[in-house]
Design a protein around this ligand. Structure first.
Ligand code: PXP
Length: 246
């Protein structure tokens, strides 16, 4: 039987809405409690260098109050390393980060950044944090993750999600195959593959059907749907679609 596919809910954009007005509404910690009630398997937060959504104080509150495992997305910087080591989340997903981007565009160049990443991966691992690298679904990047002894990679589904939006796009099947092949290559080499970025009710099932995937991290779409149907209902619907696809 294909193992349970975990759903990590990225709550960054609850903080985006809060920050649009200042103040403290809507409260990301309230979202954490709803994710817990709705059967989510984990909470993902991205503390960006510019603190455009999640802030340091959110991380303090969430780390203190959440019962689900926390996955901290972080850039490969000394500042973020120090924050991760201080908080010791369950997992840390190292992502590429550019100030001018709207969201995480493209995967980490784990191959080209070996010397920067190697001490980071080992310090996080030594602290008991499960390291994940957010990479493109490419053999070269998976080999680099193996050399770095990262136990987990998260495969970037942004290109897949983008192709899905264009009904005439050739290449969606090719992209899906690329993700499936990458997940199989990870599993064969003892790396746990996760996936995420741009996943929606419409496009999640072909990804969820990839048997080696252990976790999906989904944020923007769920928070958007929550405006219309509520966060709990949105998570439950996503959960149901993922389960149906397994
Ligand atoms: N996984 C990673 C590593 C990300 O950086 C993001 C976006 O912050 C996500 C998953 C979630 O992507 P989305 O918000 O498009 O669902």
């Amino acid at each position: 039987m294909t193992p349970h596919l975990r759903l990590g809910v990225n709550i960054d954009h609850v903080a985006t809405i809060r920050n649009a007005r200042g103040g403290d509404h809507p409260d990301p910690m309230r979202a954490v409690r709803i994710v817990q009630a709705a059967g989510g398997d984990g909470i993902t937060v991205h503390l960006r260098e510019d603190r455009r959504h999640i802030r340091d104080s959110d991380l303090d509150t969430i780390m203190a109050g959440a019962t689900l495992p926390i996955n901290l997305e972080m850039a490969a910087t000394e500042e973020m390393l120090e924050i991760a080591l201080r908080h010791k989340p369950h997992a840390a997903c190292i992502v590429p980060e550019k100030r001018e981007e709207r969201t995480t565009e493209g995967g980490l160049d784990a191959a080209g950044m070996h010397n920067t990443l190697a001490p980071m991966v080992s310090r996080l691992t030594d602290a008991g944090i499960r390291v994940s690298l957010f990479i493109e679904p490419e053999a070269r990047q998976i080999e680099a993750a193996m050399q770095l002894a990262a136990p987990v990679v998260e495969l970037h589904t942004g290109r897949y999600a983008h192709l899905w939006l264009d009904e005439n796009a050739a290449g969606i099947e090719v992209e899906l195959r690329r993700i499936a092949d990458a997940a199989a290559l990870c599993a064969k080499n003892g790396i746990e593959p996760h996936a995420g970025h741009g996943l929606t009710f419409d496009n999640v099932q072909p990804i969820a059907a990839i048997p080696q995937l252990a976790e999906l991290n989904i944020g923007h779409y769920l928070i958007g749907e929550a405006i219309f149907d509520g966060l709990e209902a949105s998570i439950r619907r996503m959960r149901q679609l993922m389960d149906e696809a397994r």
